[in-house]
Design a protein around this ligand. Sequence first.
Ligand code: AMP
Ligand code: MG
Length: 410
Amino acid sequence: MPAQPPSVLTFEDARHVVEEHASQLRPHGKELVELLESAGQVLAEPVNADRNFPPFPRATRDGYAVRAADVAQVPAELEIVGEVKAGGSLDPGFQLQTGQAVSIMTGAAALAGADAVVMVEYTSMQGSRVAVNRTVTTGENIVPVGAEAKRGARLLNPGLRMDHAAIAIAASVGRSRLLVYAKPQVAVLSTGDEVVDIDVPPGPYQIRNSNTYSLAAQIRAAGGEPMLLPIAPDEPERLRELITDGLEADLLLLTGGVSMGKYDLVEQVLADFKAEFFFTGAKIQPGKPVVFGRVPGSAKYFFGLPGNPVSTMVTFELFVRPIIDALAGATPQKLVCRRAQLKSEIKTKTGLKRFLPAMLSGEFEQAEVELMPWQGSGDIAATSRANCYVVIPPDREKLAAGEWVAVLRK
Ligand code: AMP
Ligand code: MG
């Protein structure tokens, strides 16, 4: 039995416990990767501006570079004395004089003497002259040198998970390689005498191992590297061996064997490792028997996730992600919660916070959500058709149609 008395926490308390532990965790290795390979990984070095951004006063519109004072009264007629396209320039000594305009394109450098760009839409050209039909203020449609970032300024901080915008920044400062934290290795250990691997024909009362694979996919999506262990039978010796192997990784995820059944041995065997248990259940559905703890010698964390496939998936999203974030070097993210209007009434029992597979449709103000009919937390068919979970607070017996509810992404 667990070394400490079992504790079943509310969802919020359990989540808080995980976040506290995550805040103590640090990544270990770093590696240099090609820019594109860094997508989804966590930056391990600062990225600074190697020049001013923009490096020249940049026109943001196609039109005419002018002196704003010349078009204070409109219509105004100016003489076109040149053209500058993106990447181009005029003679070094060029200076725009009163009464002159230069045709300019988006992305080109605004020229000396010009202090605004009039959009081409507000002009009409006749030969070498242009009529301007709208006034501009000083600085309009020109981004000054260094307005977005000064040379040497910090653009990206270590700990940032590289997304497309961060990749754009790294590209714009000429970084073809980046130092990122190594992906944490996460061991996956499915347990159960009835579970067989996917290339083995299952007997009449056996089921194929799906949890190892769903977890591996979730680990990858979270920025970890899955390490798949063989299936553990409901027998302490072999389970102990496989747990020992799993503790070689940065984090160990077990599935199955954490409920109240006679052959649910996971906690018992972990207790033999002198494991500390931070919680042995959470008031949620699916996923109530979820276990979180640490093995002192190795200081490795583990989760015992309930074996029901949907419980495994949900408890990963709710509790495992912050630990993987931290081991990957990222600041653990809060759960992203959207809101949608219930299509039909939901009746339920109080006491557990529920995360039920559902179908979200419509966008923004029109977002609507409806529960998927399902057979409970073993029903992966219904869950695979769902695209989110509706979150039902533990104190609600009934949610009316039309009510705005929280929705968690799948
Ligand atoms: P347990 O948590 O061990 O009591 O298992 C709960 C349910 O999940 C049982 O119906 C198991 O057969 C099923 N289950 C356990 N492990 C897996 C697995 N790796 N893949 C698919 N189903 C599983
Ligand atoms: Mg089992």
